[in-house]
Structures are given as C-alpha cells and as structure tokens.
Design a protein. Sequence first.
Length: 747
Amino acid sequence: MAGNQQAYQTYMTAGHDAAWEQNWDAAIRYYTLALREFDQDGEALVNLGLSLLRAERYADALRVYERALTVMPDSVEVLEQSATALANVGNLREAAQRTLKAADVHLQLRDLPKAIEAWERALELTPGMLPIHSKLAQAYERVSDKKRAMYQFLMLAYNYARIDQPEKGVMVVERALTLDPRNNQALNMLAALRTGGQVMPPNGAEFGIRSGTTSQKRLDDDFTTLGEGNQPTLIGDPLGPIGEAMTHALTQLAAYVLEQGLLDATGADALAAMEHQSKGERPEAIAAYQRIVKTLPHPALKLNLGGLLLLTDQYADATKYLGDALTDPALAVGAMHALGVAFARTGKHPQAARYLIQTMQRVEEQRQTGAPQLLAEAYGSLLESLNDAAPDSLQAINDRFIRTMTGEDWPQRVADLRQHLVEIGGISGAGQIPEFLESEGGEELADIMTRIDRYIREGRYVLAMDEAHQAVEQAPNYLPAHVRMAEIMVKEGRMRQAINKYYIVSRVYLIREEFDRAASVLSEVIDMAPLDTTIRQELIGVLEYQGRADEALGHYIQLGSTYKQLGNIDGAREAYVVADGIARRTGARKELLTVKHALADIDLSRIDTRRAQRHYEEILELSPEDERAYRQLTEILLGQNSTLEAIRRLDALLGLYAKNRNVNQIVRTLEELTRLYPNEIGLRSRLANMYQKTGRPEDAIKQLDTLGELQLKVGLTKEAVATIQQIIQMNPQNVEQYRVLLRELGG
C-alpha cells in the first residue's frame, strides 16, 4: 500500500541529518518512520540497517538486512553490511558466504580491486577456503602484484597438504615458481610436498602481508549521504578540494595564532582575516591577509589568501601564494586544485592539466576509492593520453575537470569519471580519451553510463537497456554502450544475443586494426561460449597475426579439447598437431607435454598403438619422470608381446613410485596390470614380492602359486622349483602339498 511521499521524504531527511551527527537512536527512529510509509523502500532499509549496525544492535540490523535482500538481492552494500552484522553475532560462515556473493557482484561490475577486498575479508572470517585462495592468487597475478599472488598460491598449496592432497599442492607451487623461480619458501614447500615432509604455511612478511586483518573499508566510510537510487554518493565541499583545504587551513591557522600567543597587530589582523573569511567577506579577508603575509608566512595563511584571490578571479596573484602551500601535506591537494584552476584561467593549459589530474588522483588515494596501484596506472595513462592534445582541446578538457570537481557530489563524480575513462581506454583505446573529454556530449554520455551501471546493480535491466539504447542513438560508435548492452543481455540470460553483440564489437576492433582489444573481447566471448569453435578460431587468427604465439598455443590446445568433447576427433587431432608445432618452435615444454599426451590418447582410441608409442617415448625424452607415459607404454608393449621392454618400462615406473614413497601406488599398479595380463610371469613375480614386503602373506602365496603354474606351463621348471621353495618358506597351512610337489619336480 502506497504511503505519504511528503512524510516519507521528511523522515528520510531527518534521518540523514541525525546520521550525519552520529545520533544513531534518532536516525533509527526516523528511518523506521519512513519505512512505515513505504515498507519496501530500499534506501530506507539500507540506512536503517547501517544505523542499527553503528548502534551495535547487530541482531536488529540483521533482520533489516534480510528484508533488504528480498528487495535488492544483489546490492553490494546490503551484502557487505549484513556480513558485518552476521560476524558480530558469531555466524562467521554465513558472513563469509555473504561476502563472497558481494565479491561476485563486484566482479560483474568489473571492479576487481573491490572483489579482491571482499575475498580477503571472506578468508579472515573462515580461513582455508581453497577456491578463494585460488581466486585471490589469480586476481593478484592479473594486477601484477606478484608477491601477494605467490603468497596466495602457497597458502593454497599449504591447505591442499592439510587435506592430504599433496599432488595438487605440487602443481600449485610449480605455478607459483613461475612468478619467482628462486623463492626459498616456495622451493622448500615443493620439496616437502614431494617427499612427504612437514609442510609449513608461508611467512606473510616476506610477501608484504601484514599480520592480523587485511585492509578493508571501514564502517565509518560506508555511511555517506545517499544520492539517487540505492548507491551511496561521496560528498564534499561544493568548492571542491580547495574549499575543503581552506576550511582546514582556517582551523590550522587559528590554532597556530593561539599557540604562539600573537597579541600584536599581526595576530589581530590574522584573527580579523579569518573572521571576514568565515563570513564570506572575501575582499576584506584578502586585504587583512595581505597586510600580514610577510610577517606571518604560514602555509595555511598562504593557502587561504591564494584561495580567496582565486575565488575573486585574481588568478595570477593567486599562484604567487598557492605554491608555498604545497609543502603542507594537509593542504597540498587543495593547493594543487587551485593552481590547476588558476593556470587554466590564465591560458597555461598543459600545467593546468597536470595539476588537475594530480589533484583527482590524490583525492581518490585519500578517500580510498580505488587500489593505489590501479589509481596510479589510471591517472598515469590519462596524463599520457593528453601529451599531444592541441591547446583548444586541452582548454575544453581542463574545463571538464574543473566542472567535475565542483558541487557537493564532486568526490563521487571524480571516481565515476576515472572509472569511465579507464573503461574507454580499455574498450576504445587511450586515443579516444581526449576526444571523449572535450566533446560536448561527453558529460551527458558519462551520466547515461552512470545510470546504466546503477540500474544494472539494482537489477532494473529494462531501464538499463533503455539508457543504453539512448547512448547508442546519441553516439552510435561509442563502444562502451554496446558493451553494456551485452552485459545486460548476460544478466537477463540472453546468452546468444550477448555473444552476438560482443562479437560485433570485436569485429569493429578488427576493422580498426585494434587487435589487442579485439582479442580481449573475443576472449570474453570464449569465456561465455567455450564450445564455440568458430569464435575460438577467429581469436587464434588474431593472436597469430600479432605474433602472440604463446597465447595462440593455449587456444589451439583448448580447441583440440573442444573438438574432442564434441566428437570431432579429426578436428581435434588437427588442432593438436598445429599446437605441437608451435610448442616445439617456442620451447613451451609444459604445453608440448600436454599436446603429446592428447595426441597419444587419440591414437590409442583409434587403436593406432605404434603412433601412440612414439608419442609416449617422446614424452619420456622431454620428461623422464612422467608416470603416465611409463604406465601407458607398459600396457602398449605388453599388448604387443614385447615383454622384456614392457617390464623395463614398468620397473622404471615402480622406481618413481618408490622414490616418492608411494607404496600403495606400486601395489595398485601391479594389481591392475595383473588383472589385465594374467599370464605375465614378470607381473605375478613383482606383485607377490610386494605383498610379502607389505605384510600380506596370504595374498603373496596365492600369487606365487599361480606364478609357479605359469612357469611349469612354459617349461621353466627350475624357476618353478624356486617359487615353490619360496612358498614353503612362508609355511602355509597346506605346506605338505607343496613339499610333495617339490619332490616330484626333483627339488
């Protein structure tokens, strides 16, 4: 039933005010009243839940979040905050599951840093989750953080050892060693896994991992004034960074004047200047500051004076003072912002661009709206993309930056702009960034894309698609809008349409000869449709054209696997043969072994044992300890009645098992082969011997009995006598029968 909209808005405003003042009891009361008007309102539910969380009423907060999840099941805020509530009531496992779901949402939004933070929090709640260690390792590898990637790989291997799966641990450590082949912890763990020694967890300090909890978004940062929709909007001073810096400078300067006890004319002018500034009397404040700037050269005073001159359009004079304020870390961001504006207004656009871009980067670093490394890369790329921009273009771009850092929601718009520019660079290329920034419709497009993202987060896919169509109508060649359409189709389960849309985007890249981006999009399509051989072949063609043989090799191997899965054995063999050639040419030993095994499997399925034998022999030349190759060669040779050579290969295999102290595997292998080839004397003899060594005398006697019969059958009387004597030494219950048989044979 619909409520009173005016009453709802009144209660929400009162709730926001109370929350801003950290009066949580009042905030809870007002948000509850708002929910009585509209009981399914997501914004009210989120605010009420967070207020209860801050008031440490965790059970009540959890009940509210459960309601919120029915309204917006994929809301990151609700998932993460409900996880906090669950953790505080002791339900750590469910808290971890909520956090993992939040990570999935971050991934869908292509926010890998946030997903990484969520995975780290999940591990803090329930350590040892193998899939999460694996995801974190790959994610850190993707963002080139090799140390943390290696740490996660080693944690994954350690946990495999804990559940008695050392062979998987070995594979993981080998992967880690590709990042740092000389890492002592990894080498020691590999040795312990292979020899059955004690496996110790990795020492995080070596990889830059601090003890205790990992960094995570504080609850204080979660409560911000809410903007349109359910997503929180970061707010700030309407004047931007310079406004915040001037407010801070007032406090700093007042404290300095009082601490120094300045009771002379300088102190009086300083207090008068600050009073005028607080009242918005800018000319009077400027005059007072200018009287004392030489006798009181404090950075806070110069920041205020420079800022006031800027706000009164005295740009050249402002720069004389703002540079000195850069030395104070608390004021530097505001000073950079003001210098950027001043240089832009005086026509010095290259300098302005540098200061404005540095300002946005520092703002995001301070507010932790992105991982430092990713922020540095994003803003570095932005600065580089403007190197060759024309003066007129730079002027339009600087105006865009200045508008972005104006208004209460400027911190949110800075973060949104950066994310948008990163996406444009990734989708359309860095060359498209200046064109987007200076275009008149750029800001409108950015707003449309922001709305699309919000609608996707809220699950309102029809509205999101409408906005995407509007973006395409406004700018038909604007590829990020086409990519959003594909993402929405995926959300709606229209996979084939999404694949077609992505494929069209990739074709545009190919036409533009932007092969890196074409390959990137085709890779995404392959992830969605791994059995589509046509798309994979097109991706292979792009990779080969670029000379990216290593990547093409991996896709050839996958293509062969796909063909095999689809029953196209000829196609599979052809793909593997090409992969074989590439692997030989590039020296990719691991991939070559994979290909050789695949080709051998195909040949065995076609009963072409001669060709399969050659593949396995080549495998052993490359990898003398390949157990699977020894096993298959043994069976092939036994099938060909090449008994001596088969036993030689078998003994080599058993030697490998013995080296790794894998006695059970020795017994298991001999039992399997004996069942397959019951008349092979060499197999019976070795199996009987192993039964004796492992304390299974009855089984050993049965094998020796059969062995003796086989020996007599082929005329090996002397050997049969030795076998019977061996049985007699074991003193079975019917030992007299064996003694009679021995006398009959002349033993």
